[in-house]
Write a protein that binds this ligand. Structure first.
Ligand code: ZN
Ligand code: ZN
Ligand code: ZN
Length: 380
């Protein structure tokens, strides 16, 4: 959880980046960006709530929120860091309240508000009303500024990813308690969801149990299909820990007994080799797309290229999917602290799928794995 000092530091770094981009104020909506900056967020709703960060004086950031929400911020890092809370009542015009707070701050600093950067998570209606309230205001998307800040994890964030990674590893190690022939995917998924919470997640965000032919669809969740002996089963699970950092790990299991597809063992071995090739390619300076290529080359050379139908990975942190994306065309160079999944797969329509997924953090000379549960052929 960010402390007041973290909040102060992050607001300052945001302001520095925004200043270079010609922005006067950054408007941050409820959601992961707000949680990142001030360690707390609230659900977004029709009542305007946002943090306004003046670039000239980030320590004078103002939180605009409905009066009824004020109590939830009592003692928060934002409050301790000196963020000013400006509340509005039902019946008042929150956009006027926001603009007058911004104008007052700008006037005090001898400036004016010309260009604001608006968080990607702000509902369009709020941006629209704000623009109506002041037509000359120039608005820019703030997404890139925010992702630049969030992409390189600080040591405390890496610790969170490691601890939530260990939590999801414990769930995978227990899979034999729930996954067996005769049960439906939904039954198995419900047990896994409970175990996610038992092992330290705040909630189970997603539980994919894709057995037999269902495994050939990368985002199949769980259905009432009865799992059979000899089925390959893709289990892709994750969720946030209490601090909001997410786990995301996939293992492909084989249900004992029965006759597995004759190609399964070979395909599983191939995905495992591709996954490790990508992990081994991670180092500062390597491009994101080169990590995708490392996995894809192994699978293409074995003749399965057309069945690897997804990108290799996605960034992870306060969101399950965030920057950087490990995909062809992303020439961004990796830097220490970047965190992302490596999850190649082979999906054979009508038959089965295999995916193996770990989270890695870029270290000074290679990948640091956040997941360490076994990736060999796991028979349950
Ligand atoms: Zn996904
Ligand atoms: Zn996953
Ligand atoms: Zn993933």
């Amino acid at each position: 959880m960010p402390t007041a000092a973290t909040t102060t530091d992050r607001l300052r770094r945001l302001a520095d980046a925004a200043r270079d981009a010609g922005i006067d104020v950054v408007l941050v909506a409820p959601g992961p960006d707000l949680a990142y900056l001030v360690g707390h967020s609230v659900p977004s709703h029709e009542r305007l709530t946002l943090l306004a960060v003046p670039v000239s004086a980030p320590h004078e950031a103002v939180m605009i929120l409905p009066a009824l929400e004020r109590g939830g911020w009592e003692g928060s890092p934002a409050e301790v860091a000196g963020v000013r809370f400006v509340t509005w009542l039902d019946g008042e015009d929150p956009y006027a309240v926001l603009l007058s707070a911004l104008d007052a701050g700008a006037t005090a600093a001898g400036a004016a508000i010309g260009t604001v950067a608006v968080d990607d998570h702000l509902p369009y209606l709020h941006a629209f009303r704000l623009q109506q309230a002041r037509p000359e205001l120039r608005m820019r998307p703030a997404g890139e500024l925010m992702s630049e800040l969030r992409m390189r994890k600080q040591p405390a964030e890496v610790d969170e990813l490691a601890s939530v990674g260990a939590a999801i590893d414990r769930v995978h190690r227990r899979i034999g308690e729930w996954l067996r022939a005769g049960r439906t995917e939904n039954e198995v998924a419900a047990d896994i969801a409970a175990a996610l919470v038992e092992e330290g997640h705040r909630t189970a965000d997603f539980v994919i149990v894709a057995s037999g032919p269902n495994g050939a669809s990368p985002h199949h969740e769980a259905a009432d299909r009865v799992i059979r002996a000899g089925d390959p089963v893709v289990v892709d699970i994750g969720g946030p820990n209490p601090a909001g950092y997410n786990s995301d790990s996939t293992r492909t299991y084989l249900v004992a007994g029965g006759e597995p597809d004759p190609e399964f063992a070979r395909v599983h071995e191939l995905v495992r080799t591709a996954q490790r090739a990508a992990v081994d390619a991670v180092r500062p300076g390597a491009t994101a797309e080169s990590i995708d290529r490392a996995a894809r080359e192994v699978i293409e050379q074995a003749g399965y290229g057309e069945y690897f139908i997804t990108r290799t990975g996605h960034g992870i942190g306060l969101e399950v999917h965030e920057h950087p994306y490990i995909v062809a065309g992303n020439t961004r160079q990796l830097e220490p602290g970047m965190a992302f999944s490596i999850e190649p797969g082979i999906y054979l329509p009508g038959r089965f799928g295999v995916r193996i997924e770990d989270i890695v953090v870029v270290g000074d000379d290679g990948a640091r794995l956040m997941n360490t549960s076994p990736i060999g052929l796991l028979v349950v």
